[in-house]
Ligand binder design. Structure first.
Ligand code: DC
Length: 221
């Protein structure tokens, strides 16, 4: 079983996807970390994230160890990742990794897994269009900016709310406006607006939908 969780920055995708994976004993892949890892490697090498050839070289050379880099969650890396992610050749180079993860979810500490949860921007539309369950998370710009601001402060990073809001606007515009695999809900995705929900409520709402879906009778023969 494959569960896709898509949505814009700070809509609660990561928290929800991680909790669903833990509850169902599925493997979890944060696909944003793949784009972040490519961007982080380029920034460390002094490359411009919009340098086409350098971006492809970094994407092709990506290893699972790169996904463990300590600098992936930095705001500068997120912005650079959004620029790298607009490069179609980079996206194509990173597809195989994501397909493999969905088709053969890596085993966890308790043994093999029966499924995978992937979160990102294009999981339901491009990476796993046949996912068994697709969620598209949204939340108001203000709710998302407040969340991200709080998260940064809790991590001990400097954060100015107005700056966070501006960065979110820029990232939304770039992720939604790009020609290749733009951020958008799949036609068969379930939309969840998390503006007024905390993490527990979003998890309960998503689990209720999954249980409903699993209990559906098969097609009549
Ligand atoms: O989810 P995130 O903030 O970690 O993602 C970082 C950037 O990577 C985001 O701005 C857009 C890009 N991204 C993407 O284009 N497709 C995905 N499936 C995941 C992330």
């Amino acid at each position: 079983m494959i569960i896709a969780v898509d949505g814009p920055v700070a809509a609660g995708k990561g928290t929800l996807a991680r909790r669903l994976a833990a509850a169902l004993n599925f493997a979890y892949l944060d696909t944003g970390s793949i784009y972040r890892a490519v961007a982080a490697k380029m920034l460390a090498a002094g490359d411009d994230p919009e340098n086409h050839d350098a971006a492809i070289a970094a994407a092709v050379a990506l290893t699972p160890a790169d996904l463990e880099r300590g600098d992936l969650r930095r705001e500068a890396v997120g912005q650079a990742a959004s620029r790298v992610a607009a490069n179609q050749a980079v996206r194509e180079a990173l597809l195989a990794f994501q397909h493999r993860f969905a088709a053969e979810p890596p085993a966890g500490p308790e043994g093999p897994r029966d499924g995978a949860v992937l979160d990102g921007r294009d999981i339901g539309t491009v990476v796993c269009p046949d996912a068994d369950m697709k969620f598209f998370l949204t939340a108001s710009m203000e709710a998302r900016a407040q969340r991200r601001h709080k998260e940064l402060l809790e991590r001990g990073e400097k954060s100015i709310y107005a700056r966070v809001l501006q960065d979110l606007r820029e990232r939304d515009a770039r992720d939604s406006g790009r020609a290749t695999a733009p951020l958008k809900a799949a036609a068969d995705a379930l939309r969840l607006d998390t503006s007024e929900m905390d993490a527990d409520q979003a998890f309960a709402a998503a689990m209720a939908e999954i249980e409903k879906r699993l209990k559906l009778p098969g097609p009549a023969t």
